[in-house]
Design a protein around this ligand. Structure first.
Ligand code: ZN
Length: 181
């Protein structure tokens, strides 16, 4: 049986490989893998989450949605619990974008506590990216809309991790100040 450290570094390597051709949509075009690693880091350092399955799921959270990774690959390599958490935060890409965004709002309150905390960090990472390193073709209104939507999804995740909630609230306050919204 692999140790948790082995599983964690294997997940980091696997996700880096799966996302190898993708970049974040911000101006500085960071490699995509920076985002899932940041989600895991936020969970651990701010959220105080030390459950290896949750940290592994965080590293893998966009692989099924955005790469060639299949559910069966994650299941086989990292086990059922990791796979379940990843699936909970995976959007159905066959649906139009507006529908997917609406569904995130509707699904948020029904996620497991593990998936809720992962999703909190996903929203924190995405909103801080919008502030630090905005996509070059996004007008101000689109950034404000994104923060508004993030807040609506986040509302359904509350009650599971006070430290992450406080961090998110401070971030959104700063976002509103900087975007003048
Ligand atoms: Zn993500």
């Amino acid at each position: 049986m692999n140790s948790d450290f082995q599983r964690l570094v294997t997940a980091a390597h696997y996700a880096a490989h799966q996302h190898r051709t993708q970049k974040r949509k911000g101006l500085n075009e960071e490699p995509y893998i920076v985002h899932p690693l940041e989600v895991a880091r936020l969970l651990s350092t701010i959220g105080g989450v030390h459950d290896p399955d949750v940290l592994i799921a965080a590293i893998l959270h966009d692989t099924i949605e955005d790469t060639s990774a299949e559910k069966e690959d994650i299941l086989e390599m990292f086990g059922e619990r990791v796979c379940e958490i990843v699936l909970e935060v995976t959007d159905d890409k066959s649906l139009p974008k507006a529908e997917r965004k609406k569904l995130q709002e509707e699904h948020a309150p029904h996620l497991s506590p593990e998936a809720k905390q992962l999703k909190m960090c996903d929203k924190i990472s995405n909103i801080s990216d919008i502030l630090e390193n905005p996509p070059k073709d996004w007008p101000l209104e689109r950034m404000i809309e994104y923060v508004d939507w993030g807040e609506r999804v986040f509302a359904g995740l509350r009650g599971t991790n006070e430290d992450l909630e406080r961090h998110f609230d401070e971030l959104v306050e700063r976002a509103r100040r900087e975007l003048g919204a």
